[in-house]
Design a protein around this ligand. Structure first.
Ligand code: GLU
Length: 437
């Protein structure tokens, strides 16, 4: 088999969204699986709609997802090539000029067949296709034309794209033939729908790739999730990048529409958070703590590497995004905690004021502030007070973390550190003492 050459060809008219990212990924995986070439081609010939900002966003999204390209082109660098191809069609009588634009002539009769690798044979009656502009009056080529000239010049062997382009394919095939060029193979990917089975949109929570980064998703989770939008391998759900490269092929791409399910994305992200290297996760957690306005860079740095790693390790167990982890890390920093509704009930028991005060004092004098050291100190004090742990555990948790759900109590006390833990227990005891829990 000849070398595989595929391309992702976004029009830079907006951000890279779920659909585009899925197309990019499938092309990239196809290239990597077959040890071929992955081309990134920016289709910017529609100058009124293309922006530099969109190009930057697309490149940044691709880099973040780890979809590296082997060749890069901007279509507007090739305008001369497109013009020459249009002249060739004019010379051959396959195109004509009208109102300053160049039009491609569609044969009036016959059928054009798309032999699609996924959809099989799809026939189009030429009588139902219309002549199309290939060069606008300003001399820029239109999508269907530039796409054919470039795919052909760039030696693209497989055109893998969303099935919203299927209707363009017969026109493109006719242009290939008129230019006397060899056809690539086509594969049109099934649509992506929202959970309500309508076309995917922002309403379904589907946003730009960079917005997912901001929301605290890991790139490997998105790659895993996008791969499963239309492709499957048995009932496996979690795939590493290496596994995807090894297993991906068009045979695994289904015919029916893929459904975008944000709950599943959260689940996959959680799985990847739990697999992430702790050093990396600690770095990401610090970035998100700052991004979410929970603490300043200096405060985060003051925590130190070891605590951040420990926090990352504990907080990833119950949180599905880096944003959620960062919010759950609020108790590591000074400042008042937003106590939940349930807190008043838990901290409303005035009889707990003295025990909390006593435990605070015990912790103040506790030399070994490791989770084990803290546990020993708390348990010894409780024994002395004749109280079971469960009488105070939940109020202590709320006092120290501001939450009813957190990592293990002794872990959070140790992580919060002596000053914060003691201060917060005393503040809770004072509130209880006043009876205004
Ligand atoms: N520029 C087109 C788009 O963004 C490319 C379609 C294709 O892959 O041929 O939809």
């Amino acid at each position: 088999m000849a070398e595989v050459r595929v391309r992702f060809a976004p029009s830079p008219t907006g951000y890279l969204h779920v659909g585009g990212a899925r197309t990019a990924l499938f092309n990239w995986l196809y290239a990597r699986h077959h040890r071929g070439t992955f081309i990134l081609r920016i289709e910017d010939t529609d100058r009124s709609r293309s922006t530099e900002e969109a190009i930057d966003q697309i490149l940044e999204s691709m880099r973040w997802l780890g979809l590296d390209w082997d060749e890069f082109y901007r279509q507007t660098d090739r305008l001369e090539v497109h013009r020459r191809a249009a002249e060739e069609l004019l010379r051959k009588g396959a195109a004509y000029e009208h109102e300053g634009a160049v039009w491609f002539r569609i044969p009036r009769t016959g059928v054009t067949v798309v032999e699609d690798l996924l959809l099989g044979r799809v026939e189009f009656k030429n009588s139902e296709l219309k002549d199309l502009v290939i060069l606008r009056s300003d001399g820029t080529p239109t999508y269907n034309f530039a796409c054919v000239v470039d795919d052909s010049d760039m030696g693209v062997t497989h055109v893998i794209r969303g099935d919203d382009h299927l209707n363009n394919t017969p026109k493109q095939i006719l242009i290939y033939r008129a230019l006397g060029r060899e056809l690539p193979k086509f594969a049109h990917l099934p649509m992506i729908l929202g959970p309500d089975k309508t076309k995917l949109s922002k309403r379904h929570g589907a946003v730009s790739v960079l917005e997912y980064r901001r929301r605290g998703f890991l790139p490997e989770a998105l790659v895993n999730f996008f791969a499963r939008l239309g492709w499957s391998h048995g009932d496996q759900e979690i795939f590493s990048r290496e596994e995807l490269i090894e297993l991906f092929d068009l045979a695994g791409v289904g015919k029916s529409a893929a459904v975008f399910d944000e709950q599943k994305l959260l689940w996959i992200n959680h799985e990847w958070l739990r697999r992430a290297d702790l050093g990396r996760l600690a770095r990401l957690l610090s970035e998100f703590i700052v991004q979410e306005g929970i603490a300043t860079e200096e405060q985060v740095a003051a925590l130190g590497e070891g605590k951040l790693r420990r926090a990352a390790e504990l907080l990833r167990e119950r949180n599905k995004t880096l944003v959620a982890m960062a919010q759950a890390a609020r108790f590591l920093f000074p400042g008042e905690l937003p106590w939940p509704e349930e807190a008043s009930a838990l901290l409303g028991k005035t009889e707990l004021a003295t025990p909390l005060e006593e435990i605070a004092a015990a912790l103040e004098g506790c030399e070994d502030f490791s989770p084990q050291g803290v546990e020993r100190a708390v348990r010894a004090k409780l024994k002395e007070l004749g109280l079971p742990l469960k009488a105070v555990a939940q109020p202590m948790r709320v006092a120290i973390t501001g939450r009813t759900v957190s990592p293990g109590l002794f872990d959070v006390i140790s992580l919060a550190g002596r000053e914060l833990a003691v201060g917060r227990l005393r503040a809770a005891a004072r509130r209880l003492g006043k009876g205004d829990g």
